[in-house]
Design a binder for this molecule. Structure first.
Ligand code: KG4
Ligand code: ZN
Length: 354
């Protein structure tokens, strides 16, 4: 079946058409209009600016997704939209567009949780018959969570950050080091250069803490790590004027963050007998994290299946929204009632996964 996905929870205006069936999910078109350059001037996402851009772009982006897919509205069987969590002014643009199209085209409508969609990005183009229980490490700009799935669409949050999300920490470290926004890609690039140049051995001897590494639960904390980078720069102002030192700071920060993420994920996988470990969210684009978590899982339990999203679907996109909607659709008996959802679906900044 053809599903139109729409996503506007943060700073990407996205629409996609997928073709979904029990044998898998194929992306027919996937359009993402990024506002990164606009928000970079401010060092982070400005909600009202984001909304204005979404409003300008949403209809052209939806239109482009349909055109690239060579699909007309009559062929769409389901519309899926991110209803939360996210920035309210941004979410309202996507939900309003989706509700309007659902009403006008008389199509069923499903509201999707943004994090659920990041998890389901892993199933795009792959065999969807995964082994449960599955444990998802969700790492994005707004979330850092360990989510246990005993079946499709069943979520239990077994650990989460008590303060900053790890993507947020990457962004803040980039800001401290004057590297621009968003921080993840540039911090990981700097970290890579350090390890290529020095194999991680030389430098000015920066070392950062791994908060909550030894705590008995599966919660995280990244605010102290970010502050440690801030103090390192205060104590060694030469970092800011020397690219090699910045690379070292990025490398050591990333090491500390990844060490904790991998350690806690392995602990939770063992505790809950996970048969599949899934990496999800914007930070899953980080090559070092993809590789380190993969080899750690393989080493500790070779029988566990390790899933990472295709890099095209790791950041915010609408194909993942449509993918999650396909599983929701399958679980709903009264599909006709979904045509009335335009009356009730609301943007919910704090929408709960579980
Ligand atoms: O999922 P996402 O696109 O948006 C949210 O739902 O928040 O995640 C965005 C986050 C940002 O904090 C960004 O810096 C981070 O993902 N990110 C990365 C990388 N690429 C994006 N973090 C680390 N390494 C990367 N390569
Ligand atoms: Zn996201």
């Amino acid at each position: 079946m053809l599903i139109l996905g729409i996503e506007t929870s943060c700073d990407e205006t996205a629409a996609a058409v997928i073709d979904a069936s029990d044998s898998g999910i194929r992306v027919v078109s996937n359009i993402v209009s990024s506002q990164v350059k606009l928000h970079a001037e401010w060092g982070g996402v400005v909600p009202n600016l984001a909304a204005r851009e979404h409003l300008k772009n949403i209809l052209p982006v939806i239109n482009e997704a349909l055109e690239k897919a060579s699909v007309v509205p009559e062929q769409i069987e389901l519309i899926a939209v991110t209803s939360g969590p996210g920035l309210i002014p941004a979410l309202l643009i996507g939900t309003t567009a989706a509700k309007t199209l659902s009403y006008l085209w008389e199509k069923p409508l499903i509201g999707i949780h943004h994090i659920e969609a990041h998890i389901y990005a892993n199933f795009i183009g792959k065999n969807p018959n995964i082994a449960f229980p599955a444990l998802a490490l969700v790492v994005s700009g707004g979330h850092t969570q360990l989510v246990l799935m005993r079946d499709h669409l069943e979520y239990e949050i077994v650990g989460q950050t008590l303060d900053d999300a790890v993507g947020e920490a990457f962004d803040k470290v980039a800001r401290i080091l004057d590297l621009g926004y968003p921080g993840g890609p540039i911090v990981s690039e700097y970290a890579k250069r350090f390890s290529e140049n020095t194999d991680g051995k030389e430098g000015i001897g920066l070392k950062f803490p791994r908060p909550m590494f030894d705590s008995k639960n599966f919660d995280f904390s990244f605010s102290g790590l970010k502050t440690a980078v801030l103090y390192a720069v205060k104590n060694n102002p030469q970092i800011l004027t020397n690219d090699n030192f910045k690379q070292e700071a990025c490398f050591q920060f990333q090491e500390a963050a990844i060490d904790t993420l991998v350690h806690k994920t392995l602990g939770a996988a063992a505790r809950y007998g996970a048969e599949t470990v899934i990496l999800a969210g914007g930070v899953s684009a980080n090559n070092e994290l993809r590789a380190r978590l993969g080899s750690a899982v393989k080493e500790s339990s070779p029988e566990i299946e390790y899933m990472i999203p295709d890099i095209r679907y790791s950041g915010d996109n609408a194909a993942m929204i449509a993918a999650a909607a396909y599983y929701r659709w399958n679980s709903i008996e009264d599909k006709e009632a979904l045509k009335e959802n335009w009356k009730t679906i609301d943007a919910d900044a704090n929408k709960k996964l579980a």
